[in-house]
Design a protein around this ligand. Structure first.
Ligand SMILES: [Zn+2]
Length: 461
């Protein structure tokens, strides 16, 4: 039986920050999934990726942006033949073409590891999806420009609006059964250095609002100042500056500020290495789409300045070049994944340089519990890296100025630009305390606000 009105089902990112999956079912029974994210983090969350998909075949999947917690479940759905079409922006298509095969590679590696160790219930253990599923998913991505309404299925239309969170990020204005539903996706910051500002919100009968920073605000000191101080302090110590950073987004932000600091004469021109094939592939994409760029990036490009190119920058792609870099002495900077030191090439650099007191390790983002990054922050005196115990004598520094998410104050400013308050609000993509703080503030405006339970179904009457 078809519902008489459209309904929303909260299949993921409900009372947590990963696994974004919001199902819109129209009155005529069309099923459209907004984001197909992977659950990440604690084991109990990761196991949800293995639960059978019971929501049926999908007429469409619409992606807000390329982060794996918004797209990483798509290859699983595609592999099972459940999806008719997938819509996203151009930037999201390009980044997903890098991220989804990498995610498949990690899934396959995990299955191989489980088989070697014999700890899986299934013999042999299978990956959640394969590289082939990921490639199929990438081929199915239909890119669309911002600001142009697209027909998704009969009676449903979507418009992608700039969200400023990572390259290609969008919030979605979906029209179905006479209702307007706004999906915020992940919302970026005003005046980010690299990316365009988020567009103003449209009017909406229902708004799904991300609440990652629902109970926190960003530090006042700009990232550029923090980075300048960290670089100068590392130079003084004399050894290398190692920066664990995500290959997509964070690495490009650092490069942008680094070049600007050099140009302003605030730091000397020193050798900088980006030791990451993924970052090497992703960086040129940031210069490809004017719609995604900040005014500053656009004006630099118009003057033939390369905004992501410190004077002595080198990208390291091959493994042998990376190995050669390990022989280098003195001051130089290495930016390499992963951002929380859970894997990637940064491990080799740390193994080589952590025992040296002249080294500086600069942690630039949030470090989740039980990661090596967190242990370094907490003052660990040794670190286990690929089976070896390495003493930590390096200086461990941290900066907190980078974030791809609007904090709650910035979200309030964004919401204030809507032509009218949303008819109702569903708070998603937040930890319980962040969601509750956000709920209290928005309810105080007299708004109808709800924190949906995982799996909850709501009719948009
Ligand atoms: Zn995101």
């Amino acid at each position: 039986m078809c519902p008489a009105v459209a309904k929303l089902t909260f299949l993921g990112a409900a009372q947590t920050v990963t696994g974004s999956r919001h199902l819109l079912t129209t009155a005529s029974g069309k099923r459209i999934l907004i984001d197909a994210g992977l659950f990440q983090g604690r084991k109990e969350l990761r196991l949800r990726n293995w639960q059978p998909w019971t929501a049926g075949p999908l007429d469409a999947v619409i992606l807000t942006h390329a982060h794996i917690d918004h797209t990483g479940y798509l290859p699983r759905l595609i592999g099972q033949g459940l999806v008719r079409r997938v819509l996203c922006t151009h930037g999201t298509r390009d980044l997903a073409a890098i991220l989804l095969p990498d995610s498949a590679h990690l899934q396959e590696e995990e299955a191989r590891y489980a088989n070697r160790r014999g700890y899986s219930k299934h013999q042999p253990a299978l990956p959640l999806y394969t590289a082939d599923d990921a490639e199929q998913a990438v081929r199915r991505l239909e890119p669309h420009p911002y600001d142009v309404p697209v027909q998704v299925v009969d009676g449903v239309e979507v418009t992608f609006h700039q969200a400023g969170h990572i390259l290609g990020a969008a919030f979605l204005d979906v029209r179905a059964d006479g209702k307007r539903i706004l999906f915020s996706g992940d919302l970026g910051r005003q005046n980010s250095t690299l990316l365009a500002n988020p567009d103003d919100p449209t009017a909406a009968d229902a708004l799904l609002l991300e609440s990652t920073y629902g109970d926190r605000t960003h530090p006042e000191e700009p990232a550029a100042e923090q980075l300048q101080k960290a670089i100068l302090a590392a130079l003084q110590r004399g050894g290398p500056l190692l920066i664990p950073a995500f290959a997509i987004g964070r690495t490009q932000e650092i490069l942008f500020l680094w070049r600007r600091l050099e140009h302003e004469g605030r730091i000397p021109k020193v050798p900088v290495f980006v030791d990451s094939p993924m970052a090497t592939d992703a960086t040129p994409l940031y210069l490809k789409y004017p719609a995604d760029q900040s005014d500053e990036v656009r004006s630099l490009l118009a003057r033939n300045v390369r905004p992501l190119q410190p004077a002595r920058l080198q990208f390291v792609r091959g493994g042998s070049e990376s190995a050669k870099l390990l022989e280098r002495d003195g001051f130089f900077a290495v930016i390499a994944a992963s951002g929380m030191v859970t894997g990637g090439r940064i491990l080799s650099h740390l193994e080589r340089h952590l025992p040296d007191p002249a080294t500086t390790v600069l942690l630039v983002g949030y470090q989740a519990e039980e990661t090596r990054g967190r242990r370094l922050l907490q003052g660990a005196t040794e670190l286990k890296l690929r089976g070896t115990i390495v003493p930590v004598r390096a200086k461990i520094a941290q900066m907190s100025g980078f974030s791809a998410h609007a904090d709650w104050r910035e979200e309030e400013q964004w919401l204030a630009k809507a032509p009218s308050p949303p008819g109702r609000v569903f708070l998603v993509h937040g930890e319980p305390a962040a969601l509750e703080a956000q709920r209290v503030r928005l309810a105080a405006k007299g708004w109808r606000v709800q924190i949906p339970q995982p799996g909850e179904e709501v009719a948009l009457a």
